[in-house]
Design a protein around this ligand. Structure first.
Ligand SMILES: Cc1cc2nc3c(=O)[nH]c(=O)nc-3n(C[C@H](O)[C@H](O)[C@H](O)COP(=O)(O)OP(=O)(O)OC[C@H]3O[C@@H](n4cnc5c(N)ncnc54)[C@H](O)[C@@H]3O)c2cc1C
Length: 483
């Protein structure tokens, strides 16, 4: 019996998976394959938290497939050689996959397609990672958008989101007479090694359930419990006001079409419509990231505003490390960085605060931040991470000029007003009264003593004076502004 290989990449689900669905429609055996080939990912091989999630997600996908008399064949790359070997072993006549829309992988995928087609294999690729084709939206003068609002307005006006596909029928009829050999998931070495008895993934395991079922649960829970209040609560890191769907979307355990239709199906009145639109515009930001990356493939390392290439960033390894470890002495910044380290995720408002702190208060380049996020985020996504770091650094698309500097104290007081978030992630400050929680250095000595806080010992002194650091950032900005 002939077979079709379905090459899973970052679309680790069975529902709304066009490559899998179309493969089953061929009426032949279907062989799901995942190839670990991190060296083919250019300058951005998967980071540590991403790898942990991937391990769990591949396990979940294999389990789901096995419950349908199928399985996931795991192999290590190179991708083309591996697909050819599998074709030889199985007699497959077709290979199907879903596009990833990443410039660095464009050439690799084109090479694989051309080579397989030259071998006489039927190759078909499909789109399901984003809602639009990156070429499909352009300004009236014919170029890419640089500002989100008009981009999203245009995209929404022309968007027709197809209904998501159901899980296709697999079962014995789609199983090959014999399965090709598979590597063991452990061979990929994706999970972090315990160091000094510290289990880095413990908190991640407690928070997340990687895999398609976990994604669906989280989506349903969010829609039922939190979506109506999303417009007001999404900025509050102390509450579960946002969906926390980003890692699921990133690994493709959930597709944006599924989110789109589930959210719209929930709407039954004006207030729900309003909440849904605010939420869907965040999905729009995700689209915008892919739009930008498609048109500016160098964006992950090069500032969109070229004059920022000469920006006088500082080089200060110690300050960078204190930022990375959540030891800056600014509680909201430290809480965010520790949340990131523990969960592989950080609340969006706090991502903006820590990003501003790195680039403006510390004057360390946004590329440093993008790299660290890449390694520590479960949702580290080249399009979204790049767009947002350029935005935070003031050198990218959209209107976030460099001179808009977030104040980490007032941001903390506004978005974590009773300190729930800071107390959770920076427990050494738990006993400090609210009035000083976001600025412990202003607390009188007796208040610090009472709270068991010794600055410089139990909690760091602030790494900078925010007002002075702000002035330094604005001075630095003048050098590129006038250039
Ligand atoms: C410096 C910085 C770096 C970031 N890096 C990433 C990244 O690597 N991967 C990533 O998915 N998001 C990134 N974001 C965007 C945003 O912070 C996360 O998508 C969001 O916090 C995820 O939480 P959520 O799923 O609860 O979001 P929700 O508020 O529930 O939003 C729903 C979905 O919309 C998308 N989304 C929301 N905000 C944005 C945004 N600003 N840009 C792009 N997509 C968005 C995400 O897919 C998210 O899951 C970054 C933001 C900043 C400021």
């Amino acid at each position: 019996m002939a077979a079709t290989l379905v090459w899973f990449r970052n679309d680790l689900r069975l529902a709304d998976h066009p490559a899998l669905t179309r493969a089953t429609e061929r009426g032949e055996a279907v062989i799901p394959v995942f190839i670990w080939a991190s060296e083919e990912e250019g300058d951005w091989p998967p980071g540590g938290a991403h790898r942990w999630w991937l391990h769990e997600s591949l396990h979940a996908l294999d389990t789901d497939l096995r419950s349908r008399s199928s399985r996931l064949i795991l192999r290590s790359g190179p991708s083309l050689d591996t697909l050819r070997a599998l074709i030889d072993a199985t007699g497959a006549e077709a290979v199907y996959w879903n596009a990833r829309h990443l410039p660095a992988l464009h050439a690799r995928d084109a090479e694989v397609r051309d080579a397989l087609e030259a071998d006489g294999i039927a190759v078909r690729t499909f789109a399901s990672r984003i809602l639009h084709h990156p070429d499909a939206v352009e300004t009236t003068s014919g170029g890419p958008y640089h500002v989100f609002t008009p981009f999203w307005k245009k995209l929404r006006s022309q968007l027709e989101v197809a209904e998501p596909l159901p899980v296709p029928r697999l079962g014995e009829r789609r199983a090959p007479a014999s399965w090709p050999e598979s590597a063991s998931l452990d061979d990929f070495d994706l999970t972090p090694v315990e160091q000094d008895g510290v289990d880095w993934a413990e908190a991640m395991r407690a928070e997340w359930t990687p895999g398609e079922a976990g994604a669906q649960d989280r989506l349903e829970h969010f829609i039922e419990e939190a979506l109506i209040e999303y417009p007001t609560e999404r900025n509050r890191p102390d509450k579960r006001g946002s969906s926390m769907l980003s890692p699921y979307l990133h690994h493709g355990e959930l597709g944006p079409r599924q989110v789109w239709h589930a959210v719209n199906a929930w709407v039954h009145n004006g207030a729900m419509r309003e909440a849904a639109d605010v939420f869907l515009s965040e999905i729009g930001w995700r689209e915008f990231g892919y739009h930008m990356l498609h048109h500016y493939p160098d964006l992950p390392m090069e500032p969109l505003k070229a004059k920022f290439a000469d920006f006088p960033w500082r080089d200060d390894a110690e300050a960078l490390e204190r930022w990375q470890r959540g030891q800056t002495g600014f509680p909201i910044v430290d809480a965010g960085m520790r949340q990131l380290w523990a969960l592989g995720w950080m609340h969006n408002r706090v991502r903006m605060i820590v990003g501003s702190f790195l680039t403006k208060d510390l004057l360390l380049s946004w590329q440093n931040g993008a790299r660290w996020f890449w390694d520590t985020l479960c949702d580290g996504d080249l399009a979204s991470n790049t767009l947002n770091w350029q935005w935070v650094g003031g050198c990218g698309p959209d209107a976030q000029p460099f001179f808009r500097v977030f104040n980490p104290i007032t941001q903390g007081e506004k978005f974590d007003p009773d300190g729930t978030y800071v107390r959770h992630w920076v427990p050494e400050l738990t006993e400090l009264p609210d009035a000083y929680l976001h600025k412990p250095w202003e607390a009188p000595a007796e208040v610090l003593t009472e709270a068991g806080v010794t600055l410089g010992s139990t909690y760091p002194e602030p790494l900078v004076d925010h007002a002075e650091a702000r002035e330094r950032a604005l001075d630095a900005y003048q050098t590129v502004r006038s250039s």
